[in-house]
Design a protein around this ligand. Structure first.
Ligand SMILES: [Zn+2]
Length: 154
């Protein structure tokens, strides 16, 4: 990346911010020669594939993740803003870890990790769908183990 002021070839990144909605990374750079600062935008190649249970693939979409999490969080204290932030943080993690494909079950685990820390009711609901609990007993096990750890269950 050439410096726009002096054309020097080398610069260092001083700050990078992912703006997931725009599928771009904004980087603040500092020229190693003239020390002037400039901003670059790098477009992400967001072709992450989600491998479904039946073995087929589909494009990963943050929007779809938002819908899935929102469904689990209905009638809980989790706000829509929190749902969007959660989905964005998962998208960011996939990009940063340079993941090209992920199984729905693994994607579900990433969601559950975060929901567990956010809202227990939403967590259990989401877990029901993703873990496909066999019966009510399994769901009770999750609630019970969570209660034992001292976490509030509404
Ligand atoms: Zn320069």
């Amino acid at each position: 990346m050439k410096c726009p002021f002096c054309n020097h070839e080398e610069s260092k990144v001083t700050d990078s911010r992912n703006t997931i909605d725009a599928n771009a990374i904004r980087r603040r750079r500092e020229c190693l020669s003239c020390q002037r600062r400039f901003t670059t935008f790098e477009t992400l190649d967001l072709t992450i594939q989600v491998k479904k249970r039946d073995g087929t693939f589909e494009d990963f979409q943050t929007e779809k993740l938002v819908r899935g999490i929102a469904a689990a969080c209905r009638h809980t204290r989790v706000s829509h803003d929190q749902v969007v932030a959660l989905a964005n943080s998962i998208t960011k993690e996939l990009i940063e870890r340079q993941i090209r494909d992920i199984k729905t079950s693994d994607l579900g685990k990433l969601v559950m990790e975060r929901l567990k820390a956010t809202d227990m009711v939403a967590y259990v609901r989401f877990a029901c769908v993703y873990k496909r609990f066999k019966d009510v007993e399994d769901i009770m096990d999750v609630i019970e183990s969570a209660t034992k750890k001292g976490e509030a269950v509404k």
